[in-house]
Design a protein around this ligand. Structure first.
Ligand code: ZN
Length: 63
């Protein structure tokens, strides 16, 4: 995957991802990142780097 700097691409969205897995070291810590729209729901998906579980708390960043 290419990870270029924050260019405003049509189907990218800045999101704050927060892991809600209780046992995860990253639990409750917001991680900003750029997400790309998937062809089918859920449109934006994230996986926690700490525990490998899907991120259930993804909040769009308004710019
Ligand atoms: Zn996690």
């Amino acid at each position: 995957m290419e990870a270029t700097e924050e260019e405003a691409m049509p189907h990218s969205q800045r999101m704050i991802a927060i892991c809600r897995t209780a046992a995860c070291a990253a639990n409750g810590i917001p991680y900003p990142g750029t997400y790309y729209a998937a062809p089918e729901p859920p449109i934006y998906r994230g996986v926690c780097m700490g525990c490998g579980q899907p991120i259930t708390d993804l909040v769009p960043v308004r710019e």
